[in-house]
Design a protein. Structure first.
Length: 276
């Protein structure tokens, strides 16, 4: 099972039909589609607003055609932007979707004068990340604080449907490359844990995302295993996704993750996942 997938409607490289075929070969009971919803500024990895209707119709049609074999869900991955909330919720197709993965890919720019530079991408290339860091005076703690602030607001704001928090610590992909991160790591995860705890009734699941394991050969999913263990101990519902951009990634690093979770005594997460 996997609710986090991207097709050619956004930055994926295969059609929804190809994903469904692979999911059926894997004998999955369900699969969800989560195109990056449009942003209020140009973005080359998101679906365009004029394609929303076509996307929803295509997924709904696939769901009908395959209903005896597999449950197909239509959703979106939506961005939370400080000051704007979830801008994608203004589109009826997004509002009506069966689930939403809410993620932070941008922090606000404290130095912005021009609205086009209001938001800074933090999970793109390291160069993009450094540009964001520059706007925070090269103070990594301040940038992480902005990310935590956005995460806190994102967690507490309802979306009107099933809400999954996507790759909750993804900023570390780039942040961990900065030498100052080591000294900030414990502080960052303690803050993140507080946020998740206090907002625990305003989301349905926190995602365990394997993308960095099969794409970047990292040894941990998002969030890192130690943090997953803490979330599990406090009974926070978790869901495993691969953030697939191609059908070959649908179960990317799942078996590796299952093994890691079992080694940490977290078999029940695996058992729950397989039941979906
Ligand atoms: Zn994402
Ligand atoms: Zn994604």
């Amino acid at each position: 099972m996997n609710l986090h997938t991207h097709t050619t409607y956004c930055d994926g490289t295969a059609s929804a039909l190809d994903f469904v075929k692979t999911a059926k070969q894997l004998q999955w009971r369900s699969i969800g589609f989560s195109a990056h919803a449009p942003l209020p500024f140009p973005c080359d990895w998101a679906i365009t607003a004029d394609n929303l209707e076509k996307y929803t119709a295509e997924i709904t049609n696939l769901a009908l055609l395959n209903q005896s074999d597999i449950k197909i869900l239509c959703g979106f991955e939506i961005d939370y932007l400080i000051g704007l909330g979830f801008p994608a919720l203004r589109y009826p197709e997004v509002q009506k979707s069966e689930f939403l993965i809410s993620s932070i890919h941008f922090v606000n720019n404290p130095k912005a004068e021009n609205p086009n530079t209001q938001y800074l991408e933090i999970d793109g290339t390291y160069t993009q990340f450094l540009l964001a860091l520059k706007s925070y005076g090269f103070d990594l703690k301040k940038l992480l604080q902005a990310f935590l602030e956005a995460t806190q607001q994102m967690i507490s704001e309802p979306v009107g449907t099933l809400k999954i928090i996507g790759h909750i610590d993804k900023i570390i992909l780039n942040a961990a490359k900065a030498s100052e991160f080591t000294a900030l790591e414990n502080w960052f995860y303690d803050e993140l844990f507080q946020i998740v705890q206090t907002g625990s009734y305003s989301y349905d699941f926190i995602e365990i995302n394997t993308r960095a394991m099969y794409k970047k050969a990292l040894s941990n999913p998002y969030p890192k295993l130690e943090f997953i263990s803490k979330l599990h101990q406090t009974k926070i519902p978790l869901i495993i996704n691969s953030d697939a951009h191609h059908p070959s990634e649908l179960n990317g690093s799942y078996s590796n993750l299952y093994q890691l979770l079992s080694n940490c005594g977290l078999e029940s997460i695996v058992k729950n996942h397989v039941k979906f």
